[in-house]
Design a protein around this ligand. Structure first.
Ligand SMILES: *Cc1c(COP(=O)(O)O)cnc(C)c1O
Length: 400
């Protein structure tokens, strides 16, 4: 089967993913029939309570941890905020946090906020491939360091940090370690048991579950004080009536992710590799960001010489190809990606970058079509002379 010209080609799976149909199927009864409050005492509500237990078990199985170590939250952003709040015990004054310069805004934002409130924050840099220097990281830890937070997989480049090793360094120094694993869960195998990781954040909508639901792993021996205090739900670790249907969806998505993990490592990786190799061969002046680092199997971040990413996105959109420049959260802002700038502060690769992120619902024929369109779009943009480029983009958009 070949992809038709008007078929949507969704290559932005690091921004969000399509719901797995079996996830919707499992959620529906909890939106329609089993609407009981899991905290109520009668038998009718037990259905909802049991469903929460099952979801917790399924997620724990995917993460290789105990169900009691899972706290359901509203998503990756809340999980990150909860950890930072807990480690600082609401009082950032005189304390210190270590993180990386390439974190998602859901870590950078709270850290910048801490810095304003009297906490010192060290943002450890990365090399050209997006790797951290472990000796530099270790040297950044001080006696007053309350938390080290390093992402497992970068959302823009797919570069993986050796978080188990970093957690070991932190434990040896007696410092809490958190990882934002929102992009790692469902894409690479994770086994938290016997690691030194204290906290891990994840989000269902990045692995074919619903939006607005996520979880925080809190190691059973790690002290945690909740960000949201209320009716004692989640064993006193996150107040508020549970979002039952969404938690059910998260649980099912976790079960499916475990089933699909081998495929992610083989089929999705093979498609990504073919796409990446062909683009590199067919487009002069193209390079892969983080090419020399260990990366997720689904992500390709390119820089193309002599193009501007917003113009490229516009033209690709005309061909129903969804991808992004840097992260989706920054679309609309003209600010170049902080991740790519951290990897190469002097270059302008950040303004010339496009991220393609694949998933299990992409087909080989969609990749064929992307391989056909992307070089044409880059070529078209390059034909525009540099000074006239700004005004000419609109003309080209209508012409293509
Ligand atoms: C998407 C994402 C988040 C935010 O998760 P939400 O559930 O959308 O709040 C955090 N960190 C990373 C690395 C992400 O990719």
């Amino acid at each position: 089967m070949t992809a038709t010209a008007d078929e949507l080609i969704y290559l932005d799976n690091n921004a969000t993913t399509q719901l797995d149909p079996s996830v919707i199927e499992e959620m529906l009864p909890f939106l329609m029939e089993h609407y009981g409050n899991p905290s109520s005492g009668y038998a009718f509500a037990a259905r909802a309570r049991k469903a929460l237990d099952l979801a917790r078990e399924r997620l724990a199985a995917l993460l290789g941890c105990e169900p009691s170590e899972i706290v359901f939250t509203s998503g990756g952003t809340e999980s990150n905020n909860a950890v930072i709040n807990s480690a600082l015990q609401s009082d950032p004054r005189g304390k210190h946090v270590v993180t990386s310069a390439v974190e998602h805004s859901a870590v950078l934002g709270p850290c910048q906020d801490l810095a304003k409130r009297g906490c010192e924050v060290t943002f450890v840099g990365v090399d050209r491939d997006g790797n951290v220097d472990l000796a530099e990281l270790e040297a950044a830890i001080r006696p007053e360091t309350a938390l080290v937070s390093m992402m497992w997989a970068n959302n823009e480049t797919g570069v993986l940090f050796p978080v188990e090793q970093i957690a070991g360094i932190c434990r040896a120094k007696g410092v809490l370690f958190h990882t934002d694993a929102v992009q790692a869960v469902g894409k690479i195998p994770i086994r938290l048991r016997n690691t030194a990781i204290n906290f891990l954040s994840l989000s269902a909508h990045k692995f074919h579950g619903p939006k607005g639901i996520g979880a925080l792993y809190v190691n059973r021996r790690t002290r945690f004080s909740p960000l949201i205090v209320g009716g004692g739900q989640e064993n006193g670790r996150r107040g508020g009536t549970e979002n039952v249907a969404s938690i059910v969806g998260l649980g099912k998505a976790a079960e499916r992710a475990a089933e699909y993990l081998p495929q992610e490592q083989t089929q999705v990786r093979a498609m990504r590799d073919r796409f990446e190799k062909t683009i590199l061969e067919n487009v002069p002046g193209a390079s892969v960001n983080g090419a020399g680092a260990a990366r997720l199997p689904n992500t390709s971040s390119f820089s193309f010489e002599e193009i501007e990413s917003p113009a490229a996105l516009l033209l690709l959109d005309r061909h129903h190809i969804c991808c992004s420049a840097g992260s989706a959260c920054r679309t609309g802002s003209q600010e170049a990606s902080h991740v790519l700038r951290a990897m190469d502060s002097r270059g302008d690769g950040a303004r010339r970058s496009l991220r393609f992120s694949l998933g299990r619902y992409n087909s080989e024929s969609q990749i064929d079509r992307a391989i056909e369109i992307v070089p044409k779009v880059v070529e078209k943009l390059r034909q525009l002379s540099a000074p006239a480029r700004e005004t000419a983009v609109s003309t080209v958009t209508t012409a293509l």
